[in-house]
Design a protein around this ligand. Structure first.
Ligand SMILES: *Cc1c(COP(=O)(O)O)cnc(C)c1O
Length: 386
């Protein structure tokens, strides 16, 4: 289906709500039944209708249909945030004694789940450099039941050969889940490449305005129903109707925002690359990126995140640079209207900062919707201050 149709029409039934262009927010916790037979049917299969808004809700359903179609998936569940989507997708597919192979340095709260929560349930995780298929093969054990991918990673943009990993997993009956937050389905379609479940945080590009959280999990209807009937209903982390409505609103402008951010990012990246105070820059669709060929093959584009290091190795200079920015703010997250930076050293105890470790010196920038020249002027004056 055409992307414009998905965003503007799919799932919307305007005849049912006064032909309003914007859908209603069905702000209700429960739904009434006219007879016992209908109520019994809803108890039997809660995913088949509306019973209680911890399960399905009509406003949320509009969003589900659009997001499933964008990912080319049969079905979709929308969570209150991305971390919950990942948690449910993994938890529904593992049991005590299982083993997971994961890319190294996945999103913070995934790593936390793997290191702190899963060991309590006798599930072990092996972290690998996921860039080569051989590493996936070598790490796979008899009891491996799950592969966790994140491509590209949101700090160093390391990518996995998605088709090959999916094929290997299928041949061994291993379930796959990929964090596709960086690309969004506009720039990468992992379901088409054979991945079972695609997750993206809707907090970032889908919401797009830094005012609400959400998480998307797409896959087969069978898989989504399995998760719905257990983790989704039990944890109660489904998105609320008002937040779903904000996400539908965000979707209307997603392609326009992504297009602008892609263009602006290219302009800002070119400026940073030639600046004498910048040592190196990592961006997956830059020719200097070590996996440039694979990135071009798997991804239709790259969005607003890139990472760079300064020539000076001093922590103080990194701090000085970040604090000198007048318009670009310092904050976690990305995908909103506002440009941001975040220095890796903020998460490293001062005494452990090692200037010879390039990762410790990473500064990540997110390019938002501002005029790129306005951002470049801010970057330039901050770079000149060090
Ligand atoms: C933000 C983020 C998440 C988690 O999403 P939340 O909506 O914040 O829970 C997962 N993966 C990546 C790559 C992210 O940047």
């Amino acid at each position: 289906m055409d992307i414009s149709q998905i965003i503007n029409e799919l799932g919307e039934d305007r005849d049912h709500y006064f032909n309003a262009i914007a859908p209603p927010i069905i702000q209700t916790s429960n739904f009434a039944f006219k007879n016992v037979a209908a109520l019994s049917k809803a108890f039997e299969d809660e995913m088949g209708g509306y019973l209680y808004s911890r399960g399905l809700n009509p406003t949320v359903d509009i969003l589900r249909k659009k997001l499933a179609a964008l990912d080319g998936a049969e079905d979709c569940l929308v969570f209150n945030n991305g971390a919950a989507a990942i948690f449910a997708g993994i938890f529904a597919n593992i049991k005590s004694g299982d083993h997971i192979v994961s890319v190294k340095a996945p999103y913070t709260w995934v790593q936390r789940m793997f290191d702190v929560i899963l060991p309590r349930f006798n599930v072990s995780v092996t972290y690998i450099d996921g860039t080569s298929i051989a590493n996936w093969k070598n790490a796979t054990k008899e009891n491996t039941s799950f592969y966790y991918l994140e491509s590209p990673n949101s700090w160093d943009f390391a990518i996995q050969p998605i088709r090959e990993v999916a094929e290997l997993a299928r041949s061994k009956g291993i379930v796959t889940l990929i964090d596709n937050s960086y690309c969004t389905p506009l720039y990468q379609k992992p379901i088409e490449m054979g991945i079972d479940m695609v997750m993206q945080t809707a907090t970032k590009y889908i919401g797009g305005h830094s005012d609400t959280l959400g998480g998307v999990l797409c896959g087969s209807h069978t898989m989504m129903k399995k998760i719905f009937d257990s983790e989704y209903l039990n944890i109660g982390s489904g998105i609320q109707p008002f937040n779903a409505w904000l996400m539908i609103r965000g979707l209307r402008t997603l392609p326009a925002r992504i297009e602008r951010i892609t263009k602006s990012t290219a302009t800002v990246v070119s400026f940073m690359k030639q600046h004498p105070k910048v040592e190196s820059l990592i961006f997956p669709l830059d020719e200097s990126f070590p996996q440039f060929a694979l990135a071009k093959d798997q991804m239709k584009g790259a969005c607003g995140l890139f990472t760079f290091t300064l020539k000076t190795g001093k922590r103080d200079s990194i701090v000085q640079f970040c604090e000198s920015l007048k318009h670009i703010m310092m904050a976690v997250s990305w995908g909103g209207h506002e440009s941001l930076v975040i220095p890796k050293c903020a998460g490293i105890p001062m005494a452990e900062f090692d200037t010879s470790n390039r990762e410790h010196r990473y500064i990540r920038m997110y390019v938002g919707l501002e005029d790129p020249q306005y951002l470049i002027a801010d970057l330039e004056q901050a770079l000149n201050s060090i």
